[in-house]
Ligand binder design. Structure first.
Ligand code: PLP
Length: 275
């Protein structure tokens, strides 16, 4: 599909975007490069940052690049109706050439999707390994995805407003942690909430948490990632933010509260809706 191409993987902070400008300038001066592919996370799972999509799209247009957006953590969780960062920024999906997502997170299922122009989808259908050699998705998994999608779209009659509730939970939880003096990373609307945790072993019992350390994070910034859902109640969120985190700070003898760092992941998880 691409003759000579340069793929650039984009992290999501603004310094990187500035660097990207100069990188693209250099790349375009290089005559051999005919196609540029920008590959970009929409919501970074370790940082809770939302991609600056308008800037990335203007870069893409300026340098006539293709844009591949990984919506693993944003589809079903970000945007007024859960359609991801394109909806969050009120942009046109046509501005993104390849929209990719997974069904393992918001949809509580398996597999993933690629969305784009018909030519791209037809190409993948006839050339990609999974389409040509793998077996099709099994019906229960497909049904789970359809149900989750109906739930997201408010078409199942029972769970309207889940995405809105997730947004409220996210902002409430972030505000609480911030008020308590914790260091949290990322965008206010990001349901992935990184709160740095220098002592991952100190986290409380009966709280579902993924602990992430080096090499996924810098060696001094290991963190715990809590997966919060729209189904959580204020009491549950308060239990985590107050009981657990206060325990952390009191255990951190001599370490100031702002130095105790924890990463919380407030992804919507439809598993929480069903179980
Ligand atoms: C950015 C990103 N893309 C894609 C995936 C793939 O997800 P899965 O292998 O669960 O389909 C993940 C998983 O965490 C992810 O973080």
């Amino acid at each position: 599909m691409f003759k000579y191409f340069l793929a650039i993987f984009i992290c999501l902070n603004s310094k990187i975007i500035l660097l990207l400008y100069s990188l693209l300038e250099d790349a375009c001066r290089e005559k051999k490069i005919q196609d540029l592919l920008l590959i970009c996370d929409s919501l970074h799972s370790m940082e809770g940052s939302i991609v600056q999509l308008p800037e990335i799209v203007s870069l893409k247009k300026k340098y006539k690049a293709y844009l591949y957006l990984d919506e693993a953590h944003s589809i079903g969780a970000v945007g007024a109706t859960g359609r991801g960062v394109v909806e969050y920024f009120g942009m046109n999906p046509d501005d993104v050439d390849v929209l990719m997502g997974t069904f393992t997170k918001s949809f509580g299922a398996a597999g993933g999707y690629i969305a784009g122009k018909k030519g791209l989808v037809d190409f993948l259908r006839t050339h990609s390994h999974s389409a040509v050699y793998a077996t099709s998705m099994c019906p229960p998994v497909a049904e789970q995805i359809i149900r989750a999608m109906k739930c997201l779209m408010g078409l199942d009659g029972t769970t309207q407003g889940k995405v809105r509730q997730l947004g409220k939970n996210t902002r409430y939880f972030r505000r609480r942690l911030h008020e308590m003096g914790f260091i949290i990373y990322g965008n206010d609307d990001s349901p992935v909430v990184p709160l740095l945790l220098y002592m991952p072993g100190k986290i409380g019992k009966n709280i579902g948490v993924v602990v992430v350390g080096f090499p996924a994070t810098p060696i001094t910034e290991s963190r715990a990632r809590f997966c919060v859902s729209a189904a959580h109640t204020r009491e549950m969120l308060d239990t985590v933010s107050t009981d657990v985190l206060l325990k952390l700070t009191s255990d951190a003898k001599g370490v100031g509260r702002s130095c105790v760092s924890v990463t919380l992941n407030l992804s919507i998880s439809f598993l929480h809706l069903f179980f």
